[in-house]
Design a protein around this ligand. Structure first.
Ligand code: ADP
Ligand code: MG
Length: 459
């Protein structure tokens, strides 16, 4: 058990970490991160308390490396982060740990509209009274319309309302693999015991993958019957209605269709707009109305793609001082050729320089001062200054929170090197030769790639 009292030092470190995460890993950051409580920083370990076990598992499995990086940047020391969950909130202890649930996938974050309200209401009803209302519950619809979100929301609601329920949430693929492995290793009776006798709610995502898998179908048929006869809840999702699943036995089709069938269809523009707004709020981003509408209009068929667009836009905005406007959105989403001053340029510069010097962007953004890192960092700053219109402050900030004088120094250092180091000059020319073809033309004042006239960089 970890002490409950937060010490001031860990609070300060966590505050710095959040700033760092927002600046360099914006698409990963969620509003609920601000509810995490720093408990202590001791023996090189920062302990953060999560509200729920689901958050704890998610952060441990998906975010730990980045949190470690942030802790090291915030302290300058080799600190690692650990996540704990105490008493309060849903325990999730009866969730089998096969799949990591995403804390974002809850009912509150699901936007309901005419094309998904039946599916959502059915899931909510099942979450309140599993095994009583609709059994099985079968959700179907095309990719990216929210099936997984609803299944996970149902699980999370169940964890809240029925902490003792034993919930098994798996992908169909997991079921098939687990079954095959059990056959191979001779553990079939253990497998059957788990699925048929130790589960109150069985949730299987993408059940259409059973198509063409005869032995797995046979096994699932018996699993289904055993659970159903005991009044256990079964929830399934699929990309098509039961009758349209390819190569699946008739007896499974009739069982899948014997309870509640709920279809998810493409949401309307209005619903998509609400989804964009909800998703951006979750990420702590305030999008101007025209940008939100632009994204909602562009992505009609698949909400996953719509979310991908938001992630891309965040990446661009990160390099533009956190600014969101329609021009940036159009560039980010590929509707406009990037004016060469914009984000792509710096990313391409980084791509070429890191490949050439065999270093990682993290190294360039780190505090390391070894020449193997400082030289490529200076070259990046020099090229960013020469070929983009980012300010000295922006460039310094991007390369590890350095100030404008560091960038000025880098530009000078590169120019000095060019004066007496012909090998370096040749390398720089090679690097520059790769840029203009992609960038279009150098920023105002810069000359051709192979030119030795570096005057423009000093502007
Ligand atoms: P599917 O399983 O149907 O392929 P997902 O559940 O993975 O789709 O949804 C893809 C993404 O779209 C998820 O991030 C999910 O949160 C989001 N999404 C889909 N529909 C909605 C909705 N109505 N409200 C909020 N988010 C949604
Ligand atoms: Mg899915």
């Amino acid at each position: 058990m970890v002490t409950m009292t937060a010490d001031p030092h860990s609070q300060a470190v966590w505050a710095d970490m959040l700033v760092y995460l927002r600046q360099f890993h914006a698409p990963m950051v969620r509003q609920w991160f601000t509810d995490l409580k720093p408990l202590q920083l001791a023996a090189g370990v920062l302990t953060l308390r999560c509200g729920t076990a689901i958050q704890q598992t998610y952060l441990t499995m998906k975010c730990r490396d980045v949190f470690n990086e942030a802790a090291q940047r915030a302290t300058g020391k080799l600190i690692s982060v650990t996540f704990v969950c105490e008493g309060t909130g849903a325990s999730g202890q009866n969730l089998y740990p096969e799949v990591i649930l995403c804390p974002d996938y809850i009912f509150d974050n699901f936007v309901v509209g005419p094309t998904n309200e039946l599916a959502c209401a059915s899931c909510m009803a099942v979450a309140r009274r599993p095994g009583k209302n609709y059994n099985p519950l079968f959700l179907y619809g095309a990719a990216g319309l929210g099936k997984t979100h609803l299944l996970q929301a149902t699980c999370q609601e169940l964890v809240n309302h029925q902490p003792d329920a034993r919930i098994l949430y798996i992908s169909c693929e997991h079921f098939i693999n687990h079954f095959m492995e059990s056959v191979k290793s001779g553990d079939l009776s253990q497998f059957r015991d788990l699925y048929r006798h130790h589960v109150d709610v069985l949730v299987v995502d993408d059940i259409h993958f059973l198509g063409g898998r005869e032995r797995s179908q046979e096994e699932f048929f018996h699993t289904f019957n055993a659970l159903f006869q005991q009044g256990r809840q079964i929830i399934l999702s699929s990309d098509s209605p039961p009758v349209e699943i390819q190569e699946i036995e008739e007896r499974l089709v009739s069982r899948f269709a014997s309870g509640m069938l709920a279809r998810l269809e493409r949401p309307s523009f209005e619903t998509r707009l609400l989804i964009v707004q909800k998703k951006s709020r979750l990420r702590g981003v305030v999008l101007p109305d025209d940008v939100a509408a632009y994204i909602a209009r562009r992505f009609e068929n698949n909400i996953r793609e719509l979310e991908g667009a938001l992630t891309k836009l965040q990446g661009y905005a990160m390099l533009n001082g956190g600014k969101y406007d329609l021009d940036i959105a159009k560039v980010a989403l590929g509707d406009m050729l990037p004016p060469m001053e914009r984000a792509v340029s710096i990313q391409r510069i980084i791509g070429h320089v890191t490949a050439f010097y065999n270093v990682r962007l993290q190294d360039l953004q780190s505090k390391r001062r070894h020449r193997s890192v400082t030289l490529p960092r200076q070259v990046c700053m020099y090229l960013a200054r020469k070929y983009t219109s980012h300010s000295l402050e922006e460039i310094g900030g991007f390369f590890g929170g350095r100030d404008h004088t560091t960038v000025m120094h880098a530009v000078r250092a590169v120019k000095d090197l060019c004066r007496f180091d012909t090998v370096f000059t040749g390398q720089l020319e090679q690097l520059e030769a790769k840029l203009p073809a992609e960038l279009g033309r150098p920023a105002a004042g810069a000359t051709s790639a192979a030119s030795r006239n570096y005057a423009a960089a000093g502007r």
